[in-house]
Design a protein around this ligand. Structure first.
Ligand code: PEP
Ligand code: MN
Length: 271
């Protein structure tokens, strides 16, 4: 970890990653939005709702890494244009996935922070290229990656010269089938003991279940997460991807209030 990782004496010093004026790692961040940009109306509805609820960043995919090639792959450049419009209207920073190193310039014209998805955590040519960009990267944990492998993936970006990496725990594959993944909340304090990078949590992909997003979000806050990434859709059952895990705007607004109250409480009892 660039020589500034953890020491035997205690947790590593924290790093702050600036994303369009938001200091990730210093200030708690709420990143929310639909799994995929499906249309202008759907994206703007989600963007307006999450902005009104207090989110700091809009997250939506224009390029989607789908397990099946026959599933919706995203709107591509048209999706990027919609994200730019949503930022212009709401002021939210935009986080969106880049899948292919050849798309970095194109996606970078819109993204305030690139997302590298779980499936791409081991795409070393992509990570190397992102080491040379002047833009933060949200690096999701590979679904079968150990903490060491995840931090080594981050190091591909860091050692290229880009120090602005935010880690995102999004669940790992286990034998459990009741949930899509097993959200590993122990990763939050465990990684923070090893690395100065901010760590956020994605309970949407971490559970695959809308009904579990609220409890796992609150647990992530209690575990010390620097932020949350939550999928929000105006009509989850009709979403073109991840329709079992996206929550409605009203549920997100309620959760945002609860997260704020829990953080205030934890700050009050902090040693
Ligand atoms: C996503 O963020 O919509 C996504 C595909 O997530 P992950 O890479 O964690 O599966
Ligand atoms: Mn998704």
């Amino acid at each position: 970890m660039n020589g500034d990782g953890g020491t035997e004496r205690g947790p590593a010093p924290r790093r702050t990653v600036m994303v369009r004026g938001h200091a990730v790692g210093r200030d708690f961040v709420l990143i929310a939005g639909p799994c995929a940009v499906e249309s202008e109306a759907q994206t703007l509805a989600a963007a307006r709702a999450v902005a009104a609820a207090g989110a700091h960043m809009l997250r939506g995919g224009a390029y989607k890494p789908r397990t099946s090639p026959h599933d919706f792959q995203g709107l591509g450049e048209a999706g990027l244009a919609i994200l730019a419009k949503a930022r212009e209207e709401t002021g939210l920073a935009v986080v969106t996935e880049v899948l292919d190193p050849r798309d970095i310039d194109k996606v970078g014209r819109v993204a305030d922070m690139f997302q590298v998805g779980s499936r791409s955590m081991r795409n070393y040519p992509l990570l190397k290229e992102l080491g040379h960009v002047d833009r933060p990267v949200l690096l999701k944990r590979g679904m079968s990656a150990t903490l060491d492998e995840w931090l080594a993936a981050a190091d591909y970006i860091l050692s290229g010269g880009n120090e602005d990496v935010v880690l995102c725990e999004r669940g790992i594959r286990t034998f459990e089938t009741a949930t899509r993944n097993t959200l590993d909340l122990s990763a939050v304090p465990a990684v923070k003991a090893l690395s100065p990078l901010p760590v956020i949590v994605d309970p949407s992909h971490g559970t695959g279940r809308a009904d579990l997003v609220r409890p796992l979000s609150l647990a992530a806050v209690a575990a010390g997460a620097d932020g949350l990434l939550i999928e929000v859709h105006r009509d989850p059952p009709r979403a073109l991807s991840d329709n079992g895990q996206q929550i409605e705007p009203a549920a997100f607004a309620r959760l945002a209030r609860e997260v704020k109250a829990l953080r205030a409480h934890l700050e009050g009892v902090a040693p």
